[in-house]
Design a protein around this ligand. Structure first.
Ligand code: NDP
Length: 261
């Protein structure tokens, strides 16, 4: 009963293709009966996303999609207005969006330039705050809405090559705590999922990514890499009423790797 998402609409931001973690989450939410609305950053991403979204269960109608390049305040405002029309209210937002100049995802962290730093922090951290604020101001969020973002252990610890993205994830994780505290009195919950390394388009930009997966296979308690479906079921839990007492949390879905020193 708690996992019933009928009559709940969730916005999913950040599905690039079928390997995306956002897609792993979308599939689980779809199985639970949620109505999904997808956002995409560029017109050229829309066609692939539409094709993918058509694989979901409700094939009788076109999937709902809104354009939202998170670097644009105008896009965010337009997307929120579109969502108001399409959904009225959202029960959840899945923020599965990040970007960093790959020149700074390897070698020395200190080499990062000002523009690349600002861009990574803008897209990967600030955007979560910006979308939540805009959605809340437009009264788009349901009273008990659950908002989640995706992070990685490199935001808590030094992980070789993660560099600039690690700093962005630290800001994102801190944002989760401040947002949880600010919106808690309204009943809105804000949480993060810290996923283990999963082979996606974005992951390909991180130097020596295969090595991170190998480390998990060799050293994580479960001795295997995590799947996006496992992240999906955790997201389902956090977005559901079963997690009504959880906010400001960062749940690791990483085969237990984060406990290894
Ligand atoms: P994907 O490349 O599949 O997804 C990243 C998404 O971010 C894409 O859909 C991309 O859209 C979107 N995005 C980038 N820039 C913008 C922008 N300006 N506006 C709107 N959307 C944008 O990679 P993942 O699924 O791996 O990444 C999803 C999240 O999971 C990220 O936060 C990532 O850091 C996190 N994560 C990933 C891990 C991994 O090992 N893969 C581990 C832990 C966390 P588009 O392509 O249209 O630009």
């Amino acid at each position: 009963m708690y996992l019933n998402f009928e009559n709940k609409t969730v916005l999913i931001m950040g599905v690039a293709n079928k390997r995306s973690i956002g897609w792993g989450i979308a599939k689980e939410l779809d199985k639970a009966g949620a109505k999904l609305i997808f956002s995409y950053s560029k017109e050229r991403s829309a066609k692939g996303l539409l094709k993918l979204a058509l694989e979901l269960s409700d094939l009788n109608k076109e999937p709902d999609m809104v354009k939202c390049d998170v670097t644009s305040d105008e896009d965010i405002a337009t997307a929120v207005a579109d969502l108001k029309v399409k959904a009225g209210q959202l029960s959840g937002i899945v923020h599965s969006v990040a970007f960093a100049n790959k020149d700074f995802l390897g070698d020395a962290y200190s080499a990062v330039d000002r523009a690349s730093f600002a861009q990574a922090l803008d897209i990967s951290a600030y955007s979560f705050t910006a979308i939540i604020r805009a959605a809340h101001q437009a009264e788009l969020l349901a009273d008990n809405a659950s908002l989640i973002t995706l992070t990685y252990l490199g935001g808590e610890r030094v992980i070789q090559n993660y560099n600039l993205m690690g700093v962005a994830k630290a800001a994102l994780e801190s944002s989760v705590r401040y947002l949880a505290n600010e919106y808690g009195p309204t009943g809105i919950r804000v949480n993060a999922i810290s996923a283990g390394p999963i082979r996606t388009l974005s992951a390909r930009g991180v130097g020596n990514f295969s090595e991170s997966q190998k480390m998990v296979e060799e050293r994580a308690p479960l001795r295997r890499v995590t799947t996006s479906e496992e992240v999906g079921t955790t997201a389902l839990f956090l977005l559901s009423d079963m997690a009504s007492g959880i906010t400001g949390e960062n749940i690791h879905v990483d085969s237990g790797y984060h406990i290894i020193g």
